[in-house]
Every structure is written in C-alpha cells, then in structure tokens.
Ligand binder design. Structure first.
Ligand code: CA
Length: 229
C-alpha cells in the first residue's frame, strides 16, 4: 500500500495510537504535534491524507485546514478532522472549509480506519476522473473522453482518443507500434491487427490535431513518441 498519512495531533497518546494502528495497516505516517508545523510539512511530504485534530496549540485545526486548502500544493489532499464532543459548530465549519470527513473523540480505531479507507478510495476515484493532460494548445480530458485544441473539442474516434492518450501519458517516452496497439486496441488485438494500422491512425490523428499534430514524432523503424514541450 505504502500511502503516506500526516497526523496532526497534540495529544501524544492519541497520536501514538493513530501512528501505531495506521502503520499496522500498512500506511506510512508523518507526525506533527502542533498546528503551525502542519502546512509546511504537508507541502513537503505530500501525504495522501491528513488526519487533523481540531484543538491544537499554535494554529488550530480550522486554520490549518484553511491554509492547506489555500495552497495549490496541498489543496487536493483530503482531510479527516478529529473533533471532541461539543465541537459541533466547528465540525460544520471544518466541512465548509473543505475537510472531507470528521471523527468524534473518543473514537474507535476500527471506525477511524474505515473512514481513512473510504476517504482514500473516494479521492483516488476523483483524481482518476479528473485526469487531464495538456501540451501547448492541446488538452486531453479523460473524464469527458474529449480532445480539445484551443478549448475546441476535436472530432476524433474512441480509438484515436486511446492512441493519443497512450502517447500523452507516456511522458515523451518512445513507444513501439506493438506497445501502441496493446494500449489503444487492447492486448488481444495485437495478434490480429497489423502494426501498419497504427501508422494509418497516427496519420489521421495528426491531421485532426492540426497545429498540435507535429507533437507526434515518428521514431523510424520503431514507433512514435509524444513531444510535450
Ligand atoms: Ca488536541
């Protein structure tokens, strides 16, 4: 699993309890015992999740939450707030500030771990549907299955979309025709479809991409790569 979780909690016993149980579940942990350390630590460590106590010395949990959400580097990190009984108003405020969930103290470890799993699952799903790749004027929006040039949607086929996606996500790496067949046509297709088919589709795709078509570079006797810059 190896996902990193930042625990911001001044009460040592609770911090230790969380640390122990999260590690036991296979997560990695980073601890902050006061609020003021949390925003910098989150920006540096880029955890997958922050468990944030509300009552903290220095910066309180709400202010930490506000700062995390205001910084582009940490804004997308989900937050679970830890609140004590009687902090209902703050709880609502926390959710309004962008916290994803809250757990009321005293909590059961089992419940907290279930919340952690649920929030991580949700945020992974959200990140996947928000997948957008950009290069110059070209934008690939995976959630809407759209390719756009200068904000205008292109009329490309599902196959061309998959081909373009395979090229764009490869980060400039050379991809063989076989690799592209496998990615855009699926594994089984590579047995029946000729590699020349890739060339034909790339040709059409280049035309449809207009000024951005030059980004698909031919690698002689091998395949293609995508030029991001
Ligand atoms: Ca506290």
């Amino acid at each position: 699993m190896d996902e990193k979780i930042l625990i911001v909690e001044d009460e040592k016993d609770i911090a230790r309890l969380l640390d122990y149980n999260l590690k036991k579940e296979g997560y990695r942990t980073v601890l902050a015992h006061e609020g003021s350390a949390a925003p910098l630590l989150a920006a540096k460590e880029r955890p997958r999740l922050v468990i944030l106590d509300l009552m903290l010395p220095g910066l309180d949990g709400l202010e930490v939450c506000r700062r995390l959400k205001a910084d582009a580097k940490t804004a997308s990190i989900p937050i679970i707030m830890l609140t004590a009984k009687g902090e209902e108003a703050d709880k609502v405020l926390g959710l309004g500030l962008g916290a994803d969930d809250y757990v009321t103290k005293p909590f059961s470890v089992k419940e907290l771990l279930a919340r952690v799993k649920a929030v991580l699952r949700r945020s992974t799903a959200a990140a996947e549907t928000l997948e957008i790749y950009r290069a110059g004027d070209l934008e690939l929006d995976c959630s809407r299955v759209l390719a756009l040039v200068k904000g205008k949607p292109l009329e490309i086929t599902a196959r061309e979309f998959e081909l373009l996606k395979a090229l764009m996500v490869s980060g400039g790496k050379m991809l063989s025709r076989e690799a592209l067949l496998e990615k855009a046509w699926g594994l089984d297709a590579s047995l029946e479809v000729e590699t020349r088919t890739v060339d034909v589709h790339v040709g059409t795709l280049r035309k449809k991409l207009k000024s951005e078509g030059k980004r698909i570079i031919t690698v002689k006797n091998y395949g293609y790569r995508f030029e991001n810059k």
